[in-house]
Design a protein around this ligand. Structure first.
Ligand SMILES: [Fe+2]
Length: 318
């Protein structure tokens, strides 16, 4: 029998809390569909107060697609859909997504560690879409809190749909049809510990992940809503503009998409809380404001989706 799920909006533009569903038990198909639709509509869902374990986290994430790692990890031969985010472990460590325990093949780097490796961060501290230089992104990502610091450690999300919809029709029209180049930023390969994947891993990675063009305006495959698709973490330039024009346009867009009106800031209350977000149409960041305290989150990813340009009229889920 279906539960009575309540979808409680957290702001006007992004984020909702899901209540009235017991995630320790089986959830029926109608309820799963309601939760999926809520994610496509609100972009960020908060499941709080149920103290979910690693297996329940995994099952919840699978509501939104088959568990799968980021494209780069699949390419490198790592099929684990989970990542433990813990600055004490040098940033991120693969997790098997079931037990929550780190997995992988730890060994010391064969090359001298760079400054980035010596000063690891927890999550990327700047606004970004995970690895937007790849062909496909996860349909959804889900963070579960394991250790919450006594101060700071929030995770923030910004709605790229709401940001697009707040632009003037003139600007919306102008941005449609242009492309931006997304690149692997400095420090990225150290952050993922690419040396773990074999001696030829860096060369293979460099050959595969050349700068990639994506549309600046994309369409959500489930809702048809349009969204901006640029982020300060990986977008390098606007194609077809001079350096000055591109830098000015990106500065404007970054300022626009990170306005507080489009942002939900999640404060982690207790271990086992889970926050799911729609990777395609959300930026996220984790302010680095909790040191020297411990903070540990586990991220699972599910499904794959490409950032495609608009092909249809926008339709909103009611
Ligand atoms: Fe991230």
């Amino acid at each position: 029998m279906s539960s009575v799920i309540q979808v409680v909006p957290l702001t006007s533009n992004v984020g909702a809390r899901i209540e009235g569903v017991d995630l320790h038990a089986d959830v029926d198909a109608d309820d799963i569909e309601q939760i999926r639709r809520a994610l496509w509509h609100y972009s960020v869902l908060v499941f709080a107060g149920q103290r979910l374990d690693a297996g329940e986290h995994s099952r919840l994430t699978s509501f939104f697609g088959s568990l799968a790692p980021l494209e780069i990890f699949t390419f490198l031969g790592n099929s684990n859909p989970g990542l433990a985010i813990d600055p004490r472990k040098g940033g991120t460590v693969s997790s098997d997504g079931k037990s929550g325990r780190p997995v992988g093949f730890e060994k010391p780097p064969a090359v001298k560690a760079s400054a980035d490796a010596l000063h690891p961060v927890s999550e990327f501290a700047g606004w970004h879409t995970d690895s937007s230089f790849t062909r496909r992104l996860p349909q959804a990502a889900a963070l579960r809190a394991e250790v919450i610091p006594p101060v700071g450690g929030d995770t923030t999300f910004s709605s790229l749909c709401a940001a697009y919809e707040a632009l003037s029709p003139t600007m919306q029209g102008w941005l449609q049809g242009i492309q931006a180049l997304h690149v692997v930023p400095p420090g990225y390969k150290n952050a993922i510990k690419i040396w773990q994947y074999g001696e030829d891993a860096e060369a293979r990675f460099d050959a595969e992940y050349q700068p990639r063009e994506h549309p600046v305006v994309i369409e959500h495959p489930e809702t048809g809503r349009k969204a901006l698709f640029v982020n300060p973490g990986y977008t390098h330039r606007i194609v077809g503009m001079t350096d000055r024009e591109s830098a000015s346009m990106l500065r404007f867009l970054y300022d626009h998409i990170t306005q507080p009106e489009f942002v939900y800031r999640h404060h982690w209350s207790e271990p086992g809380d889970v926050v799911v977000w729609d990777e395609l149409v959300c930026l996220h960041r984790a302010p680095n404001d909790f040191r020297p305290h411990e903070r540990r989150l586990v991220r699972l990813t599910a499904g794959q989706v490409a950032p495609n340009p608009p092909t249809r009229q926008s339709t909103m889920i009611g």
